[in-house]
Design a protein around this ligand. Structure first.
Ligand code: GLA
Length: 409
């Protein structure tokens, strides 16, 4: 599980200066997420329960006087230089879409934007289903909000508006038809809590989540198998759900009462659509049950609900893959209380709730099982619930002036 990476703010500010020839105005950061439960429920106006990860994306940023954008990343050789007025669906391509898209979306929402110089240090694993793209959007959005004096970070109500702006950037400019959970998690989660997000009206509740207090740990198992949301599978699931709701005469599958599930499913003629609807409705119910257990201090009891969620995604929603199934199966066989894939699916990561003293054993068993099956080595690491997008404190620069800022700084 390695050592924690060094605090990146000062090295990133330094890289910014080297690249652009002047100093950044500051460094902002935003976290990736894992979703504890409630998968593919966000675009069904349902419930989900993400936590923010300790892994974050950092952006050193300076506002420009013009409408020019220069985007660089420590992780990519792809650099961008473009005018804000040239940002549109599909342009720029690649990672730049998530950063530039945010400025476009701010203007679309009625805010006056300007050009930025941006240097990114993305520390959320890419393609792992841990929302590295939302972390990038939200880090840039946090910087833009501060530098343009938009005040879209000051409380949860305005953070919800900023999250919607980031979703528009992702849907329209990056052209990924995602549902909005990731950006809400990145902007609205709080340290030590899971975020109960009601996607029907955007309201949230903070649910305490600290497995260490019960001798447990939350293990992320990144299978390192291909995961992309821009391909057709995610959009297909989304459209099947809309079709199911339409056939039931409802605005969304959220409106199907769990107690009436069988009766509703009987009214859906197509087997596949019925299975998709069943996943969504049962998954929303599992969110409710897990939230009740967490609030009652009964974290160990969520295990079977994790397992049921995974089975539902494997069999009914059909978004798992052999690597995810193997990670879940081996983790539970070696002492995890429950495990499930997390995120969009078709690769990416699974999570397991494990007794803290079994974390190493579960990790080795999963790595060994992957080797035995000829799969690549998974990346397993324990996570805690982190905080939301924020401006980082000024870097402690070495040298005679590096005193801790006192009051008034
Ligand atoms: C991806 C999307 C989210 C959500 C999840 C599945 O992470 O970005 O909007 O739909 O998949 O729960």
């Amino acid at each position: 599980m390695g050592k924690a990476p060094p605090a990146p703010e000062s090295t990133l500010a330094q890289s910014f200066s080297e690249a652009f020839g002047y100093e950044a105005s500051g460094v902002w950061s935003a976290p990736g997420r894992v979703n504890l439960i409630g998968e593919h429920t966000d675009y069904n106006a349902g419930l989900c329960l993400p936590i923010a990860l300790p892994q974050r994306t950092y952006a050193a940023v300076r506002l420009r006087p013009d409408r020019h954008l220069r985007l660089r990343s420590l992780q990519s050789s792809q650099q961008y230089e473009l005018e804000l007025d040239d940002v549109c669906a599909g342009n720029p391509p690649g990672w730049g879409a998530y950063a530039a898209g945010v400025l476009w979306a701010l203007e679309t929402a009625g805010h006056q934007a300007r050009g930025l110089d941006v240097m990114v240090d993305g520390r959320v694993p890419v393609g792992a289903g841990l929302s590295s793209s939302a972390a990038l959007e939200c880090a840039v959005a946090a910087a833009a909000s501060d530098l343009l004096d938009l005040e879209l970070l000051s409380d949860d109500r305005v953070r919800a508006r900023l999250a919607a702006i980031c979703v528009n950037a992702e849907n329209t400019i990056a052209q990924a038809p995602t549902g909005g959970m990731d950006q809400s998690a990145s902007l609205r989660c709080q340290d030590g809590h899971a975020l109960l997000l009601d996607c029907r009206d955007g309201t949230v509740a903070q649910v305490p989540f600290d497995p260490s207090t019960q001798g447990l740990s939350l293990l992320v198992m990144d299978t390192r198998t291909e995961h992309t949301l821009v391909d057709g599978q995610y959009a297909q699931r989304r459209s099947s759900c809309q079709q199911a709701a339409r056939q039931l005469g409802l605005p969304s599958l959220r409106e199907v009462a769990f107690d009436d599930l069988n009766e509703s499913l009987d009214r859906l003629p197509d087997n596949q659509i019925r299975a998709r609807a069943k996943h969504v409705v049962t998954e929303i119910e599992r969110v409710r049950q897990i939230v009740a257990l967490l609030r009652a201090g009964r974290l160990p009891d969520v295990g079977p609900l994790f397992n049921a969620s995974h089975a539902s995604m494997r069999d009914d929603f059909e978004i798992s893959c052999p690597e995810l199934d193997l990670a879940v199966e081996v983790a539970t066989a070696h002492g995890a209380l429950g495990a499930r894939m997390t995120g969009g699916g078709f690769g990416g990561s699974a999570i397991a709730l494990v007794p803290a003293d079994s974390t190493a054993a579960v990790t080795s068993a999963v790595i060994q099982a992957f080797a035995d099956r000829g799969f690549g080595t998974p990346n397993c690491f324990a996570v805690t619930a982190g905080g939301p997008a924020r401006r980082e404190s000024k870097p402690d620069t070495p040298g005679p002036c590096s005193f801790q800022a006192g009051s008034g700084g």
